[in-house]
Design a protein around this ligand. Structure first.
Ligand code: AMO
Length: 449
């Protein structure tokens, strides 16, 4: 194979402007296709900016070299030195008249999956060949948007006065109840992969740091195979002291609005590639009480299975809202809205119940249509109430000593939320399967790659 030598890329394909016309530039990328027309061949070269037509003539290159290059297998890696020439016939408005090519590596053929969108592979095959899958512009667009979203969130939260923290992912206790934990061997003890930074971010409220955030992995040993659950996802978490759930909701609202703005500004062409159109949502988002939604679903006649009797009955206050119910709600609430005043029984032990009506809590969810994007609330900061709520949830306070200690020596009232990066990306990119928003998704069947 030929080496890079002293060649370096001058521009990505999408960076070429009229100022570059008639200049000699170096491009590098993959051979998407070659069309041979006798003494002239057209190589479609692809880099992360797009594709360009490279015109290669036998006269310019020499017969031997030409005969070799015109047979390059698809997806081989090349560097091209050539002159940028305007050409109104092609989409880009210009082409490259090739002076010299260096073949940096050959690709085997046939390709296991098509990368030019000619043949559609199923999700599993695509994920098996993820590096090839990512050569498609519509797949790259998702990860370009993901990069914007996560860096924008970090910038915005820092501007909002939050301090970035990193908490352990190997832990000794559960936080979210409901979902199962992945167990692991930790020397001679049992440990788990953390479901959420919940306990750690709350304990930071007893330090005086006041506002903290973390962007990191969360692990859920959920058995179900759905289009919106992963076993490893990226969680954006905040916790803020001297605050209640309304303050936390306002931070979330500002964050979401600004991230939309940033994506529209920086990923306009990626959104076009994905065929999605957005406008920046207008705050404040609607706030609707859980009880209102239940009434609405009762009017629709939504039935659920009664846990005790196993019989079908009308949905009632205290029931979790099944996906079917969320879809009915989404007919009316088509974009972003908060659900507030959840029953305490449906939320984790650390959520603050309303004073005087303990059945109702200070918890909220942020939804987009039927999708839950985030959940949060005001937390219990009073140690006695917290111990009681642990016990009422069937948990043993002794297992939470490190956490409970933080409440005994001056813990301010506080609130926070956790937002699932991939769920939010589903909304922004329009993908229907959450696996599309992760490079290497982990689900019940997938551990490799
Ligand atoms: P919760 O368990 O509701 O709350 O999770 C918060 C958000 O994380 C995302 N999420 C998931 N995304 C993909 N796959 C999953 N299996 C999955 N599970 C959760 C969702 C969800 O809304 N500690 C609380 C947050 C808090 O109160 O601060 C918590 O983890 O987008």
């Amino acid at each position: 194979m030929e080496s890079l030598g002293d060649w370096r890329r001058d521009k990505y394909v999408n960076e070429v402007t009229e100022d570059d016309y008639d200049k000699e530039l170096v491009f590098m990328g993959w051979v998407q296709d070659i069309m041979v027309l006798g003494k002239i061949s057209f190589i479609i070269l692809r880099d992360r900016g797009g594709t360009v037509q490279v015109v290669m003539s036998r006269n310019e290159i020499g017969a031997n070299r030409y005969n070799f290059l015109k047979k390059l297998p698809r997806e081989s890696v090349i560097a091209v030195k050539g002159v940028v020439v305007p050409n109104p016939q092609v989409q880009q408005g210009f082409e490259i008249q090739c002076k010299e090519i260096r073949v940096l590596n050959l690709a085997k053929s046939p390709l296991p999956i098509s990368v030019d969108g000619q043949v559609r592979a199923n999700m599993d095959t695509r994920l098996d060949w993820r590096f090839l899958d990512l050569r498609k512009p519509e797949v790259q667009a998702i990860f370009k948007i993901r990069s914007t979203v996560l860096s924008a969130m970090r910038d915005i939260l820092l501007e909002e006065g939050f301090i970035e923290i990193h908490t352990p992912k190997i832990v000794a206790t559960a936080t979210e109840g409901g979902t199962a934990l992945f167990k692991m061997k930790y020397f001679d003890r049992v440990a788990y992969l953390n479901q959420s930074p919940q306990l750690f971010k709350q304990s930071m409220m007893a330090t005086g740091l006041d506002r903290v955030f973390e962007i990191g992995p969360a692990f859920r040993a959920e058995e179900h195979d759905t289009l919106r659950h992963l076993n490893e996802y990226t969680s954006i978490d905040i916790e803020m002291a001297f605050s209640d759930e309304n303050d936390a909701m306002e931070v979330l609202e500002r964050l979401v609005v600004r991230v939309y703005g940033k994506v529209l500004a920086e990923n306009y062409s990626d959104l076009q590639t994905l065929n999605v159109e957005h406008t920046v949502p207008e705050p404040p988002f609607k706030r609707v009480k859980y009880s209102e939604l239940i009434e609405r679903l009762q009017n629709e006649g939504l039935e659920v299975e009664d846990e005790r009797s196993g019989q079908k009955r009308l949905i009632e206050w205290g029931d979790d809202i099944p996906l079917e119910g969320m879809k009915l709600i989404a007919e009316r609430y088509k974009s972003l809205y908060f659900i507030t005043h959840w029953p305490t029984s449906l939320k984790p032990f650390y959520i603050m119940p309303l004073e005087g009506d303990e059945e109702v809590s200070h918890a909220f969810d942020l939804n987009y249509a039927e999708k839950e994007l985030a959940s949060g609330g005001q937390r219990i900061h009073l140690p006695d109430l917290l111990r009681r709520r642990l016990e009422e949830n069937g948990l043993t306070p002794e297992n939470f000593t490190f956490y409970l200690n933080a409440f005994e020596y001056g813990m301010p009232p506080h609130a926070g939320w956790g937002l699932g990066a991939e769920r939010f990306l589903m909304v922004l990119t329009g993908v229907k399967n959450v696996r599309e928003a992760v490079l290497f998704p982990r689900d019940k069947k997938r551990l490799v790659p």
